[in-house]
Design a protein around this ligand. Structure first.
Ligand code: S3P
Length: 434
């Protein structure tokens, strides 16, 4: 799949991007482990969250096919999962692999987690090592790479664990393992990361402790089924927020966007750059705050991105870099080495793509320096990374000519219908099969 864009569009209208990916994964996982039937609305029907859904079906959980984002999960209880007949293939989804590793480590049966060629390169020792400290038996390939071979029948012990990186996936993995462990599992974060697991566990009536930067769960309680409404994904909204900010004449409203404070780094960063973002109609979808966002074109200026926003905007940097390229002046990002181990090496992928468009972009080990200015035309390789593909589609709005982006099929992992929604909003983009 290739995207071709033409410059000059302006974005208009009221848009709703699909459901939050992080929350959709967790809705399936906790729904499956609960007692009773959980009703979910606004579920992301993207390949990543569908991979989680399929994996739980493969372990004997009855889950309806989602219908316009609605589905029900017939929970089997914490001890009701069945051995899957084949390895669990979670495709491109790091969240599925890391979170599921935590709960599979506590099952009575053996299991194997595999994924696609991108996931096969992503570090898993960050979850297998603390799980091993809890008593799990997990084999990986050399260097801690997938697949994960998880031995059943382990008795897990609670640990106190200080995360070596600010990662919600590691935190969530250990909290899920902690549901099965003897004692109280405590995870301390070096900086706040998305707290959807904590909020959702509580929505399922599972007690979660919080003291400063330490989150804790005690094994042995039960999850009670509930009804969940998934907010629109701020990480998907990000592409439209940046697009409307950089394209003259734009004025859009994005509805039902999740504004959990552990996810809103992009709003703070763009506001520092001079963006015009109005947050209104604030309300709650269960445990998660949402709002509507009105975004109008505004001239952006380069900034030094404050370190505290890095984990709170970790998935939004591809689009933030496009905002930086379209801004006046220099933008500097540091402290973001985690970007190198996402679906692609996002620092390298973005630096190369921006350079192709003639932008002065200098990668650093832990970030990038971007001199804003004109964006030229060119051919970009998304490296099969959904967010790199969508970021350059946004760049196409203000480029001097056509931007062609190769290897875009994975956009459906997080944002099914991206091209159609972008067209409806006023972007000149089409997708062609290659
Ligand atoms: C996620 C956590 C983040 C994020 C990913 C989703 C989650 O990963 O990049 O897209 O749902 O917990 P890390 O925990 O590796 O930072």
């Amino acid at each position: 799949m290739q995207f071709n864009t033409k410059p000059g569009g302006a974005l208009q209208g009221v848009l709703r991007v699909p459901g939050d990916k992080s929350i959709s994964h967790r809705a399936i996982m906790l729904g499956a482990l609960a007692n009773g039937t959980t009703q979910v609305e606004g579920f992301l029907e993207g390949e990543d969250s569908l991979a989680t859904l399929q994996a739980f079906r493969a372990m004997g959980v009855t889950i309806d096919d989602p219908q316009a984002g609605k589905l029900s999960v017939r929970g089997v209880g914490l001890h009701g999962l069945q051995a899957p007949a084949t390895p669990l293939d979670v495709g491109n989804s790091g969240t599925s692999m890391r979170l599921m590793a935590g709960l599979l480590a506590a099952q009575t049966f053996d299991s194997e987690l595999t994924g696609d060629s991108s996931l096969a390169r992503r570090p898993m020792a960050r979850v297998t090592e603390p799980l091993q400290q809890m008593g799990a038996t997990i084999d990986t390939l050399a260097g801690g790479l997938p697949p994960l071979l998880i031995k059943g029948g382990a008795t897990l012990r609670a640990i106190d664990y200080v995360l070596p990186v600010a990662s919600a996936q590691i935190k969530s993995c250990l909290l899920l393992a902690g549901l099965y462990a003897e004692g109280t599992t405590r995870v301390t974060e070096p900086a706040p990361t998305r707290d959807h697991s904590e909020r959702m566990l509580q929505a399922f009536c599972y007690p979660v402790g919080r003291s400063g930067a330490t989150i804790s769960v005690t094994g042995g309680a039960a999850l009670k089924a509930t009804a969940l409404k998934v907010p629109a994904d701020i990480s998907s909204a990000a592409f439209f927020i940046v697009a409307a900010s950089i394209a003259p004449g734009s004025d859009i409203t994005l509805t039902d966007v999740g504004i959990n404070p552990t996810r809103t780094g992009i709003l703070h960063i763009l506001e520092l750059m001079g963006a015009n973002i109005e947050i209104f109609n604030k309300r709650e979808f269960g445990a998660e705050p949402v709002a509507d966002l009105r975004v109008r074109h505004a001239p952006l200026r380069g900034i030094e991105i404050p370190l505290q926003y890095v984990p709170l905007a970790i998935d939004e940097f591809p689009s933030i870099f496009i905002a930086a390229a379209a801004a006046t002046g220099r933008t500097l990002l540091t402290g973001a080495e985690e970007l190198r181990v996402k679906e692609s090496d996002r620092i390298a992928a973005m630096a190369t793509g921006l350079q192709t468009l003639g932008v002065d972009a200098s990668p650093r080990p832990d970030g990038i320096e971007i001199q804003g200015g004109k964006l030229g035309a060119g051919k970009i390789d998304s490296l099969g990374d959904h967010r790199i593909a969508m970021a350059f589609a946004v760049a196409g709005l203000v480029a001097q000519g056509r931007v062609e982006i190769a290897d875009c099929a994975n956009v459906t992992t997080s944002f099914p219908g991206f091209v159609e929604l972008a067209q409806r909003a006023g972007m000149q983009i089409n997708a062609v099969r290659t």
